[in-house]
Design a protein around this ligand. Structure first.
Ligand SMILES: Nc1ncnc2c1ncn2[C@@H]1O[C@H](COP(=O)(O)OP(=O)(O)OP(=O)(O)O)[C@@H](O)[C@H]1O
Ligand SMILES: [Mg+2]
Length: 142
């Protein structure tokens, strides 16, 4: 199933993310793709809020992963932009997180195609084709 959302603002993307967080189930894997500044982290902030976390969600670009465990389910928030190869992910125990009860969210998931489970939810955020600076088209395949 593919769903498409139009986001006119950062707040819209946050709210769309929150909707997915509200209905998230254990062991969900959610991939987030789209270029730099597309809104992947904004979506994740909303997702965490929807899942009941009060955590301050920030980009794990340099640390590779943040855990937010004060909500209904733990969230493992990865950003793999700076990863050199998939082996590096194995070293930090990525597959154990995937198999856990929490929700795994991966920004730039297309960079590690061999590690993404087939049943993952795939969210792609594209800039508005009409050129509106704050517009985004959010496509969700699940
Ligand atoms: N419709 C929109 N949805 C999301 N963010 C938007 C939107 N319009 C403008 N923005 C702005 O775009 C930026 C998105 O930043 P964000 O960190 O979420 O991007 P990202 O995709 O995670 O980038 P990166 O690849 O660097 O991790 C924010 O500054 C946000 O305010
Ligand atoms: Mg980000």
């Amino acid at each position: 199933m593919t769903k498409e959302f139009y986001s006119a603002s950062s707040a819209d993307t946050f709210n769309i993310g929150a909707g997915f967080g509200e209905s998230a189930t254990p062991s969900t894997v959610l991939c987030l793709d789209g270029d730099l500044g597309a809104g992947k982290t904004v979506f994740t902030k909303g997702f965490a809020k929807g899942l009941g976390s009060q955590a301050l969600v920030t980009s794990p670009t340099y640390t590779l992963m943040h855990i937010y465990d004060d909500g209904r389910l733990p969230i493992y928030h990865f950003d793999v932009y700076r990863i050199d190869d998939e082996d590096e992910m194995a070293e930090i125990g990525f597959e154990e997180y995937l198999r856990g009860d929490g929700v795994t969210i991966i920004e730039w998931a297309t960079l590690i195609p061999g590690l993404i489970p087939k049943d993952a939810i795939r969210v792609t955020i594209n800039r508005d084709p009409r050129g509106d600076a704050d517009g985004r088209v959010i496509t969700v395949e699940m």
